[in-house]
Design a binder for this molecule. Structure first.
Ligand code: 2AM
Length: 187
């Protein structure tokens, strides 16, 4: 099974983000928007593992959760990386809550490493993926990206849990199932 740890997003955040995405100021951008029911913040991507390892991963999740208190999360600017001219991921950034997210990701990274799961080589950069893109961006679409306003200040949630997700990929895209959930804190 293909697994990852993630922070799920509230219904209210998902709706606000989706309505911002639908107002994207260019017709037919060269990507397919991820549907709002699939929005999440990835903390640690694990990849393909044998089903029998799921129990170990549940323990790793519980261990990581114990050290982090619930925290506010606020979303901000529209962007693309790694290179805005040739992006692979279109996202909304995190305005507040980056540090506890990174701390939680770090704890999961360590707990997973103890299980022999490969460490992520890239530095953690929390983001909400809106689309993935394979081709270079046409100029007008790049312009349109600059015109996307930041999400309203009210786009926030109290983050008090995270989850282990399994993902299935098919022609219609990814579909996710929550396998386990952990409340955060107390520290
Ligand atoms: P992304 O949102 O930045 O693309 C499930 O696939 C989640 O795991 C995605 O949100 C994805 O992040 C993240 N992820 C991280 N590394 C990945 C990899 N090598 N392959 C697929 N997904 C990965």
């Amino acid at each position: 099974m293909r697994l990852f740890f993630a922070v799920p997003l509230s219904e209210a955040v998902r709706e606000t983000v989706w309505s911002a995405v639908r107002r994207f100021p260019a017709a037919d951008p060269p990507w397919r928007w991820i549907p709002p029911e699939n929005y999440h913040l990835t903390l640690k991507f694990i990849g393909e593992v044998d089903e029998r390892r799921a129990d170990e991963l549940r323990e790793a999740g519980a261990e990581a959760a114990a050290g982090i208190a619930p925290f506010p999360l606020r979303f901000g600017r529209f962007g693309a990386f790694p290179d805005p001219a040739r992006p692979r991921v279109i996202f909304f950034g995190i305005e507040e809550g980056f540090e506890p997210l990174a701390a939680l990701a770090g704890r999961l990274e360590e707990a997973c490493e103890a299980l022999g799961i490969e460490r992520e080589s890239r530095p953690f950069r929390a983001h909400l993926t809106l689309a993935r893109i394979k081709s270079p961006l046409p100029g007008p679409v790049r312009e349109a990206m600059h015109a996307v306003p930041p999400l309203p200040d009210s786009t926030r949630q109290m983050t008090d849990r995270f989850v282990l997700m399994s993902s299935r990929l098919d022609r219609a895209g990814a579909s996710y199932d929550e396998l386990a959930s952990w409340p955060l804190g107390p520290v």
